[in-house]
Design a protein around this ligand. Structure first.
Ligand code: ADP
Ligand code: MG
Length: 377
């Protein structure tokens, strides 16, 4: 049904020296919720618009359900797209907006009625089918835009930042609704966002992009736990992963991470990756997430040989937990701890760096040494 295949796809815009999309190569399974995420300008919309037929493909092939579609017009691709700015017709009613696409495809009148009413019910917009877009709130307009896509019953839904114009609360609500719609319809979705939280919560698989290139494709948890490179490690997760520069040294058969102030034993499960790394081990960056920088007494005891000392700069209460920003020399580390911690700015504290949860990146290429050495570790 709604599988999608990108085969080495490039996009060169006129007058641009570098491609805006570079060798995008990806198979999307029927029924997947695929999210493309990355900073503004990384090529997400361009990729989606090539799939929609709104931009020409400069090089490479695109297939939908096994059909080569590079030269198929948008209306014949069996897709439906939802945009950030809704793109509703202001002088048509909600019903007419939702029905229009079907009328253009010469769908029978009673079938149109059936589909519009069914979609309206799913989205809980039945009570304003006779209103015009100008009479609706932003959230309501976006539901209408979703409804207009739903009634098409396409093989693939394409969504480009559909929640960006909604306020925070409505965004979360609509996020949950779109996920629910997907699990009911089981139609393939390709969803673009710059928001890593949206990507993590909605996608069954996530494509992280930067500068027109795919950085990594993986399910959300794998992306979080095993980022391929520093960019992905830093982009996914809040607060951002801590990065500390230093070198890896070998002393009597044991690897250590070393910088001016620290000498931390590296657990043996990294040995294989470190021994086979093609990297200058004197120029690495240690990556450690805030939940693995611990200040609680039990952790300091359990991970005694991974202790460092630091001075607390800032305390950020989040309600469910508190983030401490602690300084060790030139490095600032974020530590996630319990909400009611007595620790205050100005305090000198001990922190345990959970080296069993560390990542090591080649400072030049940014690649994770785990990926270089052994993709499965
Ligand atoms: P994103 O959706 O990830 O923010 P886009 O796909 O919109 O990124 O843009 C990717 C790159 O292509 C950007 O550098 C942007 O400036 C460029 N670009 C987008 N549309 C055009 C266009 N119509 N003409 C020239 N360059 C464009
Ligand atoms: Mg965009």
């Amino acid at each position: 049904m709604g599988s999608v295949a990108f085969k080495h796809v490039y996009k060169y815009y006129k007058g641009e020296a570098n491609p805006s999309v570079h060798d995008f190569h990806l198979d999307i399974d029927d029924g997947e919720f695929l999210v493309m995420v990355g900073p503004s300008g990384c090529g997400k919309s361009t990729t989606l618009r090539m799939l929609a037929g709104l931009e020409e493909v400069s090089k490479g092939d695109i297939y939908i359900d096994g059909r080569f579609i590079n030269y198929v017009s948008p209306k014949n691709r069996d897709i439906a797209m939802v945009f950030q700015n809704y793109a509703l017709y202001p002088n048509l009613t909600v019903y007419e907006n939702m029905a229009l696409g079907l009328q253009l495809h010469k769908v029978a009148k009673h079938e149109i009625e059936l589909r519009v009413n069914r979609a309206a019910k799913m989205l809980e917009i039945s009570h304003f089918l006779n209103k015009r877009p100008g009479q609706l709130s932003g959230g309501q307009k976006q539901r209408v835009a979703l409804g207009r896509a739903l009634v098409r019953e396409p093989q693939v839904f394409l969504m480009d930042e559909p929640l960006s114009n909604l306020d925070a609360k409505l965004r979360t609500q609509t996020r949950v609704e779109i996920s629910k719609l997907h699990s009911e319809l089981k139609t393939t979705m390709v969803y673009v966002t710059h928001d890593q939280t949206e990507a993590m919560t909605m996608g069954t698989r996530i494509v992280v992009m930067k500068d027109g290139r795919i950085q990594q494709v993986a399910p959300p948890q794998q992306l979080y736990d095993h980022p391929n490179n520093m960019f992905v490690a830093g982009f996914i997760g809040t607060p951002q992963m801590n990065f500390i520069e230093g070198s890896i040294v070998l002393q009597e058969g044991q690897f250590f991470f070393e910088n001016k102030r620290w000498l931390l034993r590296i657990p043996d499960h990294f040995n294989r990756a470190l021994r086979s790394a093609k990297t200058n081990l004197r120029q690495v960056t240690l990556g450690i997430r805030s939940e693995y920088v611990s200040c609680e007494p039990w952790a300091l005891e359990q991970y005694a040989d991974w202790r460092i000392s630091a001075a607390v700069d800032t305390r950020e209460p989040m309600g469910s937990n508190t983030f401490l920003y602690a300084r060790s020399g030139d490095d600032v580390l974020v530590c996630r701890t319990e909400a009611h911690t007595p620790i205050q700015p100005g305090d000198r504290i001990e922190l345990a760096i959970r080296m069993d949860k560390a990542h090591f990146f080649d400072r030049e290429s940014g690649l994770s040494l785990a990926v270089q050495g052994d993709a499965t570790s």
